[in-house]
Design a protein around this ligand. Structure first.
Ligand SMILES: Cc1cc2nc3c(=O)[nH]c(=O)nc-3n(C[C@H](O)[C@H](O)[C@H](O)COP(=O)(O)OP(=O)(O)OC[C@H]3O[C@@H](n4cnc5c(N)ncnc54)[C@H](O)[C@@H]3O)c2cc1C
Length: 544
């Protein structure tokens, strides 16, 4: 029986744990907080899957084509076909676990239209799809816990992977209670740590997803991919802590975007793109809102109070709580905000990284979404990828390692306890806040060579001084040791964006406004003794 260490307990980590147990292996599922606090619970809009032999002319081929087109033709056809083909089975599996997807009066599955899709393909569970999927998976995980096949460990924050000679045999965690580092060894290690939200400060996502794991693994030899493709969700609202999402389901159900000009409403998306204008892919809608001459509003009032309260309850509640606005009567002022990361750890079709025994699943892995993700495809990818990784681990023999990490672990523990007060005017907290500011201002919806190079220079400066601040006693150990990897991740993102001299999907360059035919490939970035090396490859050809 193999022992599989899974880091992160959102939908992708939970699925991987359940599938590992079902395959007859043992999963150790680790996270600092319970699954109920993972970003996955925020997903409200829905999950994509074609109903086989449905009556709306939809097909798996169409799902594949629209995912590839939405991603601007850089995702792999083979990888995307695997995702879309398994989607109907995933929906059936989730229903079997207890997810109550909304149904029509005749008993058929209710569907809504999401951006970039020509058919209603998105199934939803009221206004709480993510929460319901997490709840069902947690229940299933509990059953396997009783059978001794899943062990859940909380309060552990990832520190570093235990890698020698390109082979991973476990990971080191900071234990919040014991205030020490603890190693966990395994035959395979799966990263399911979500996106990179905190790198950008205020986003629609959870600050628990900070990108640290990707940054640390990058420094330890893992390749990262497509980092420049960062999705701005077109419709978000400002709140004190974060940007709150107005789900694409609001436009899927008929919501219309407009701005005011000379006292009249201009439905600019419909004027430019016709009837389906409000549901163009997110990169296009965000850029149009960015270009609008005045504040953009989303109108859903005409849908009527009953439909809004039934299908878009969270939009109604959010706007009332944060804006004091009644969406059954008034329009919502919206603006784009950082939402999803198409980039992350580079994986092949089996979700293996370039390091032996090391996998990545869910939003921390870069695959399927190309330069722009379609709404509803990431919950699907989270479940699918967890299954794919667990099944591959069950089939292959782990690469053996005879490495001994005792002295490394002792050294790292000593480093953490040797924290001292810094005399520098730059504290770790100051740098962390400035990092978020640089990422927001120098990357943005629209990018230029000049701004990207400003960002690169600023982060290079911080990296040159960070070692002296790293173990500052005024901050938590995690804040201290996470700073350098986060700066490196930020620098890698900026480097990939500077190197891609074209406009494609969510990567919009004013100095290179056209799509370049010779750039229809994925970006890979490697860390080699301080150098950041960028290369380009086809997604379907990735294989380590
Ligand atoms: C507001 C919002 C609405 C969305 N709506 C939809 C939707 O309707 N449809 C759709 O398809 N997608 C949607 N998405 C995207 C989708 O929810 C996510 O892509 C998906 O849930 C990611 O799941 P995951 O398992 O990869 O990561 P997460 O759910 O983010 O889980 C990450 C896990 O890793 C842990 N972790 C993080 N860092 C560390 C560390 N250093 N050490 C140890 N553990 C760590 C976290 O605690 C957590 O347990 C939405 C996203 C947001 C923000």
């Amino acid at each position: 029986m193999k022992r599989v260490l899974i880091i992160g307990s959102g939908i992708s980590g939970l699925t991987c744990a359940v599938e590992t147990a079902m395959a007859g292996n043992c999963a150790v599922l680790v996270s600092p907080y319970p699954s109920e606090r993972a970003q996955s619970v925020m997903a409200a809009g829905g999950i994509n899957a074609v109903v086989p032999n449905g009556d709306n002319g939809d097909s798996i081929d169409l799902h594949v084509r629209e995912t590839l087109d939405g991603g601007c033709r850089i995702a792999g056809e083979r990888t995307v076909t695997g995702l879309c083909t398994d989607a109907p089975h995933i929906l059936t599996w989730l229903e079997g676990l207890g997810v109550v997807f909304t149904r029509n009066a005749d008993g058929s599955l209710a569907r809504r239209a999401f951006g970039g899709q020509s058919r209603k393909r998105t199934a939803y569970a009221g206004a709480s799809t993510g929460k319901q999927i997490v709840t069902a998976l947690v229940q299933e995980a509990r059953k396997w816990e009783c059978a001794g096949r899943i062990t859940r460990r909380l309060g552990l924050q990832f520190h570093s992977a235990l890698i020698e000679d390109g082979v991973c045999s476990g990971a080191l965690f900071y234990d919040e209670t014991a205030k020490r580092l603890e190693p966990l060894y395994a035959d395979a290690v799966v990263f399911a740590t979500g996106g990179q939200n905190r790198l950008f400060g205020k986003t629609t996502g959870s600050a628990l997803c900070d990108g640290y794991a990707a940054g640390q693994l990058f420094l330890q030899g893992a390749k990262l991919k497509n980092l420049e493709f960062i999705q701005y969700h077109p419709t978000t609202i400002e709140t004190p802590q974060k940007r709150m999402l107005i789900t694409e389901g609001a436009r899927g159900d008929g919501g219309r975007l407009y701005y005011m000009e000379n006292g009249r409403r201009v439905y600019f998306m419909e004027e430019k793109y016709g009837e389906k204008g409000n549901l163009m892919p997110r990169d296009i809608v965000s850029k149009c809102i960015y270009d609008a001459p005045s504040q953009v509003y989303l109108d859903i009032a005409f849908l009527g109070e009953q439909k809004i309260k039934e299908n878009l309850r969270e939009v109604y509640d959010l706007c009332r709580e944060y804006l004091g606005l009644d969406v059954t009567k008034e329009s919502i002022p919206v603006a784009p905000s950082v939402h999803f990361f198409m980039g992350g750890l580079a994986v092949d079709i089996k979700h293996r990284t370039n390091i032996c025994n090391l996998y990545a699943v869910g939003e921390c892995a870069s695959i399927y979404h190309g330069a722009n993700r379609l709404g509803g495809n990431s919950l699907l990818a989270a479940v699918y990828s967890g299954r794919v990784a667990a099944r591959d681990i069950a089939q292959v023999s782990p690469t053996p390692s005879h490495a001994n990490f005792e002295s490394y672990i002792r050294e790292q523990n000593e480093k953490l306890s040797a924290r001292t007060a810094t005399k520098s005017r730059f504290s770790a907290v100051y740098i962390q806040n400035d990092l978020a500011k640089i990422m927001n201002e120098d990357l943005g919806i629209v990018r230029t060579e000049e701004k990207l190079h400003d960002g690169i220079q600023n982060l290079q400066f911080y990296l040159s001084i960070v070692e002296k601040l790293k173990y500052d006693s005024e901050i938590s150990p995690y804040q201290a040791y996470s700073l350098r990897p986060m700066l490196c991740l930020g620098l890698a993102v900026l480097t990939c964006a500077a190197e891609r001299r074209e406009t494609r999907g969510a990567h919009i360059r004013t100095d290179f406004p056209q799509r370049a035919d010779n750039m229809a490939t994925c970006t890979l970035i490697d860390y080699n003794n301080g150098a950041f090396d960028v290369t380009y490859r086809n997604e379907d050809e990735l294989c380590w």
